[in-house]
Design a protein around this ligand. Structure first.
Ligand SMILES: [Zn+2]
Length: 287
């Protein structure tokens, strides 16, 4: 059932697990992710980032996400990932997304605060929840992710006191933080700053979000889940899984056909979601 982002995240935060948020670019992605969540009785988030609109237009994807959420037996939130402007967040709210992220992490602190605050005011009037980001989540530069940052080292961790000020001034429902995580496909496994995460969580007592969830070590994922991360974004991992499955299918099958390929895409999407939902410990949490 379509369920509020805030209630899903608050339960996860209190319960010490994280909800998987999967960037879905196709019907196959949506079907696979929902099937996995239902099989595990896990809440889940379907999301789409603004940079993905050219090949997965929001106006076409929103009805699909919403119908899938309404039909599902588990709690599902429908989320705009990395909205780059107030206007995009407004469009997403009009399309029925029940949560939006405004990403002003690249902006000076005060500008990030003022636009985020305006988005919160608009969203709350429509009973929509808001995620924002503080600190710079870098990009590996090896595409596929949902971010917009340029290739860089993510050495700008979220500041503890600044996070408290930001939350107080904006009234957001969840905060995405930078603790050494990167968008896209990792070349080497990053090491996350769990100490900083713990400090931010203890200071704010608010659900935190980890972006760039593809390629992080299982050990780091577990530490995140147990120290305040209540939502983890997974984008690139699903794309890699599908590409590998199709590659294998084409190698093995002398007469490939499109319907079989569609099934392979659904399967790979489901397998990716099953793996991450279990890892994030949200199995059985669809209450
Ligand atoms: Zn992100």
């Amino acid at each position: 059932m379509l369920t509020s982002y805030k209630s899903i995240l608050n339960k996860a935060y209190q319960g010490g697990y994280a909800v998987g948020a999967f960037n879905c670019l196709s019907l196959e992605n949506v079907m696979g992710v929902i099937a996995a969540a239902e099989e595990l009785h896990s809440p889940v988030i379907l999301q789409l980032a603004e940079v993905q609109f050219p090949y997965a237009p929001m106006e076409l994807m929103a009805p699909l996400f919403l119908k899938a959420a309404h039909q599902s037996s588990v709690p599902v939130a429908v989320h705009l990932d990395h909205g780059q402007s107030f206007e995009t967040c407004a469009r997403a709210i009009r399309m029925g997304f029940n949560s939006v992220m405004f990403d002003g992490a690249c902006l000076p602190f005060e500008n990030n605060v003022s636009i985020t605050k305006a988005v919160v005011r608009m969203a709350k009037a429509a009973d929509v929840d808001v995620e924002a980001e503080l600190g710079k989540v870098g990009d590996t530069g090896f595409g596929g992710g949902e971010g917009t940052g340029s290739a860089s080292t993510a050495d700008v961790f979220t500041d503890v006191e600044e996070s408290a000020l930001f939350i107080e001034k904006t009234g957001i429902d969840a905060l995405a933080i930078a603790i050494g995580n990167l968008h896209g496909k990792y070349i080497a496994t990053p090491k996350l700053n769990i100490k900083r995460l713990t400090e931010i969580s203890e200071r704010n007592n608010m659900p935190l979000v980890l972006h760039g969830g593809s390629g992080t070590s299982e050990e780091d994922f577990k530490a995140c889940v147990h120290h305040g991360i209540a939502k983890i974004n997974v984008a690139t991992a699903m794309q890699i899984a599908i590409t590998q499955k199709i590659e294998k299918y084409l190698q093995q099958c002398p007469q490939p056909n499109y319907i079989d390929m569609k099934w392979k895409m659904i399967e790979a999407s489901k397998e990716t979601a099953l793996y991450h939902l279990r890892l994030f410990e949200s199995e059985g949490k669809a209450l």
